[in-house]
Design a protein around this ligand. Structure first.
Ligand code: C2E
Ligand code: CA
Ligand code: CA
Ligand code: CA
Length: 278
């Protein structure tokens, strides 16, 4: 018995140290990932449900490492945040996304780009000033940029976040609350934060066509957003049933695999010529 338990503990330690080793390898690779040019941005369209047209896109960070392969942002961003690399990486994402959107505009394509912002970036008292400088350098009108913040990022320093987000909105940049409904303070944040948009988390959309509770939450969020003059995007729309439910509930915007996966810029452009409503 004791022996078996000991083996279990050993396996547990082996698994832990494997995990720890992978993490420290990722950390090392991340420290100069920008210099090695291994990051790129994928763009996922945001679709106006009524017309089926793409009205914007979200920039999603991708890391293609020659050593580790394609690493998910859900895995490497927390490490980059913890080790402080996210400041530089976040600044790169913003420059890259603004540069791309400005290039599209010069080619005649008006498409607002949404960029995810981490807690570490938002805690920087110069964040809004840096956003303004990035827009200027790219030649992108502020109205073509949207910043997505999560509840966790904002709650890390609520007064600081309110100050920075008020300043970016004063520039004409819009602000979206990401993963809406997943945290503990969703309504408090709707009350306190300078906001333009709610992004209704995928966990409410998934299965909502079969689950009355989720459907009620989706419906109430759409109504609340409308009454407050906020836009709302349903995230993670994968089926036509979900789309039809959202249409019936008056949801203006949607994003998800039903329309497109996050795409490289070239594939996005090829797709945009088409109507995306299914
Ligand atoms: P998020 O901001 O909530 O982004 C949406 C995630 O859902 C993306 O995962 C996207 O690929 C995925 N998704 C979109 N449509 C569907 C769908 O229909 N079904 C399903 N199952 N998934 C869908 P991704 O690209 O792996 O990104 C994961 C998270 O990493 C993001 O969640 C965001 O929190 C973070 N992230 C990505 N890029 C950046 C960035 O540039 N900066 C920061 N700070 N965080 C980022
Ligand atoms: Ca997001
Ligand atoms: Ca989200
Ligand atoms: Ca999420």
């Amino acid at each position: 018995r004791a022996k078996a338990a000991g083996g279990g503990v050993q396996r547990y330690h082996a698994a832990l140290s494997e995990e720890a080793q992978r993490r420290s390898e990722l950390e090392r690779s991340l420290s100069d990932v920008l210099e090695r040019g291994e990051l790129w941005l994928a763009y996922q369209p945001v679709v106006e449900l009524a017309s089926g047209q793409a009205v914007g896109c979200e920039a999603l960070l991708r890391w293609q490492s020659p050593v580790h392969g394609a690493v998910s942002p859900a895995q490497f961003i927390p490490i980059a945040e913890e080790r402080g690399f996210i400041r530089e990486i976040g600044a790169w994402v913003l420059r890259e996304a603004c540069g791309r959107a400005a290039q599209w505009q010069r080619e005649g394509l008006e498409l607002r780009v949404a960029v995810n912002v981490s807690a570490v970036q938002l805690r920087d008292p110069h964040f809004a000033r840096d956003v303004a400088a990035t827009l200027r350098a790219a030649g992108l009108p502020p109205a073509s940029l949207e910043l997505e913040v999560t509840e966790t990022a904002v709650m890390a320093d609520l007064p600081g976040a309110i100050a920075q987000l008020s300043q970016v909105r004063a520039l004409g940049v819009s602000v979206a609350l990401d993963d809406f409904g997943t945290g503990y303070a969703s309504l408090e944040l709707v009350r306190e934060l300078p906001l333009d948009k709610l992004k209704l988390d995928r966990s409410f959309v998934t299965g909502a066509e079969r689950d009355r509770r989720r459907q009620v939450i989706v419906a109430s969020t759409i109504r609340m957003a409308g009454d407050l003059g906020l836009q709302v995007v349903a995230e993670g729309v994968e089926t036509t049933q979900q789309q039809d439910m959202l249409l019936a509930l008056g949801c203006p915007l949607a994003q998800g695999y039903l329309y497109a996966r996050p795409l490289c810029p070239e594939d996005l452009l090829n797709l945009l010529a088409r109507t995306l409503r299914r």
